[in-house]
Design a protein around this ligand. Structure first.
Ligand code: CU
Length: 151
């Protein structure tokens, strides 16, 4: 093998091994959390507070939302916000390994462990219903999802 081929071979080998490691790691996480937890509580709509700031030049209102994640739910699992106003989501993970994702709005928190918090901000412009979910393992299909309604 010439030098270029050796380098390419080493690179591919590293990729394959890190892929396997990542797969095993994720599987481990799933098996740890494999007991589904029934969430009977009805969804609660809540905008925790709307902070009016007249001195701000662009953002008139900040829609501040706290959402809790666990195995395998979000609470609340329905959120209502206004179009054209900035939304700040504080995602608190209390159990397991999770994130908070809304594909259509390009919203994605970090993947965090229990006890950790991540914050995302975005401004929805089009009204509609958007599904949010956890992108880890099969959490979405196990019920870790909800609806963001933009009015
Ligand atoms: Cu999850």
């Amino acid at each position: 093998m010439n030098m270029d081929k050796k380098v390419a071979f080493a690179f591919v080998t590293i990729l394959v091994f890190s892929g396997i490691a990542y797969y095993l790691y994720n599987n481990q996480k799933i098996s740890v959390n494999s007991e589904p937890v029934a969430v009977s509580e009805d969804s609660v709509l809540y905008v925790v507070d709307i902070v009016s700031d007249d001195t701000a030049s662009i953002e008139k209102n900040l829609q501040n939302i706290e959402i809790e994640g666990g195995s395998f739910y979000f609470k609340p699992n329905e959120i209502k916000v206004k179009a054209g106003e900035k939304v700040k989501i504080t995602f608190k993970n209390i159990e397991g390994f999770h994130d908070f994702v809304i594909d259509e709005l390009n919203v994605k928190t970090k993947q965090i462990k229990d006890g950790e918090v991540d914050v995302v901000e975005f401004t929805p412009t089009l009204s509609g219903s958007y599904e949010f979910y956890c992108s880890i393992g099969n959490h979405r299909s196990m019920g870790m999802k909800g609806i963001l309604i933009v009015e």
